[in-house]
Design a protein around this ligand. Sequence first.
Ligand SMILES: [Zn+2]
Length: 97
Amino acid sequence: MPVNAWIAASDTEKINQALTRLRERGVPNSCPRCGHYSWIAELVAFHASPMPPSVRPSINIANVGSYIPALALTCRNCGSIFQHNLITLGLMENTTP
Ligand SMILES: [Zn+2]
């Protein structure tokens, strides 16, 4: 989805796009904690601060800025929460300078 189309899309369309990307990438639909298949899906942005260089791992961590846009999935049965980075899924651009 082009960036402008993403911005104009409704939250429901964005959630459906993110769920489609997860299916395309082989993410299982069942909860890994309890095995149920019923989820609450929400778009969230959680704040992140860059790690100080002294504790930064040697791997390249992209997409770390003032916030990380994500699809949050909460299992309706056990309450486990999983977050999927929308930049990594190719649905939003990384705006980190
Ligand atoms: Zn569960």
